[in-house]
Design a binder for this molecule. Structure first.
Ligand code: ZN
Length: 370
């Protein structure tokens, strides 16, 4: 995603302009001892993000960024987006740069992220590469200002479209959009469509994407991006640097506050459960029946895993939803109908929750930004 920030103070602006871009990662950095790595979660949470001292150099991100740069080079581009540690994945509006969440720079912080949010966005090599390619799409657009052009508008639409990635209504079967990140994210906004198209262009050879998207309208977008990149090969970027907003080394929030805010963002606006729906699934509660809440508790990991896999929603969000549902079943004292119906009940429950998550993705009550 792209992130905007209020204008900087003159001092901040000055400092930012003085600072040279972070050099591309290379070689092994000297290991800096970080005393907090041995702390338990609740002690670690009291630390401020700016005091963690995490860096890209020497972390696993170094190799991932090197791979991104290799891919750009293999596609003939000399453009290399500057990468820095921020509070989440984004590209600062107007800057040819990528912010990578700071927790990816240290295994101890990845573990904390997993404990707090139940998943680590970009925590695996493949996922990280998908996100890096996506954010490079925004960064190269910022560098060359492609999205200011009329021909870009004709292909992707107006970037002035209201930016509300949380309220888009994807058409899952549309062949007008490529697929890189989950949730048909290219459909969120013209800028996201471009970033996703660029990510696919970068991950494959022209032969591969022409084959994979043969017969799709999205192929026209890939061909257009291909032409733009031919131009970029022979032209220096218009914008060479920009302000690093939300840089981890300046975030004075404690980890505890950071996670409280994120969990609130992911969990807020949970829909009210419709008791009538629950009664359709469970019936009115047979006397002496097995507690619905208890059965669901036993199946929670599988239930949450399946819904996350097929909706692409944040695991924390889905887990909270399932927990809330379990609680409501307990309040209503719902029971599972006779044993033979148990499998049917679980299927219905999974389908119901997946539909709820998907509907709320459309209506914006669940949020997702990249
Ligand atoms: Zn994006």
């Amino acid at each position: 995603m792209e992130r905007h920030d209020p204008p900087p103070s003159p001092l901040e602006q000055h400092l930012s302009e003085q600072r040279p871009p972070e050099p591309p990662p290379s070689g092994a950095a000297p290991a800096v001892p970080l005393p907090w790595t041995v702390l338990k979660d609740d002690e670690l949470l009291q630390k401020r993000i700016c005091d963690l001292g995490v860096r890209i150099a020497g972390s696993e991100l170094e190799g991932r960024i090197a791979q991104l740069y290799d891919e750009l080079g293999a596609h003939g581009l000399s453009f290399r987006p500057a990468c820095y540690l921020g509070d989440e994945w984004f590209s600062p509006a107007g800057a040819p740069a990528i912010a990578i969440p700071f927790y990816l720079a240290h295994p101890r912080l990845k573990t904390l992220e997993m404990h707090q949010m139940l998943e680590v966005e970009g925590g695996t090599p493949e996922w990280c590469q998908q996100l890096l390619r996506h954010e490079s799409g925004h960064a190269i657009d910022h560098a060359y200002r492609f999205s200011a052009r009329d021909d870009w508008h004709a292909v992707f639409g107006s970037p002035e479209t209201e930016y509300s990635p949380e309220t888009y209504q994807p058409r899952p079967y549309s062949k007008g959009f490529v697929r890189n990140l989950p949730n048909w994210y290219a459909q969120a906004h013209p800028d996201e469509d471009f970033a996703e198209t660029f990510a696919v262009w970068l991950s494959l050879t022209p032969e591969q994407w022409r084959e994979q998207y043969r017969g799709w309208k999205a192929l026209e977008k890939l061909e257009y991006v291909h032409c733009l990149m031919e131009e970029a090969k022979n032209t220096p970027p218009k914008v060479k640097r920009g302000r690093r907003i939300y840089e981890a080394s300046r975030l004075r929030r404690t980890l505890a506050r950071y996670y409280t805010e994120r969990r609130k963002l992911y969990a807020e606006d949970f829909p009210d459960f419709y008791d009538a729906d629950l009664r359709v699934i469970f019936g009115n509660g047979e006397p002496n029946g097995e507690s619905a809440a208890k059965v669901m508790r036993g199946n929670r990991p599988a239930l949450v895993g399946s819904i996350v896999r097929w909706t692409g929603q944040h695991k924390y969000t889905v887990d909270m939803l399932v927990r809330k549902l379990i609680h409501r079943c307990q309040e209503l004292k719902l029971t599972i109908p006779p044993p033979l119906d148990r499998a049917r009940v679980l299927f219905e429950l999974a389908a119901y929750l997946a539909a709820m998550v998907t509907n709320h993705l459309h209506t914006g009550r669940f949020k997702r930004f990249v």
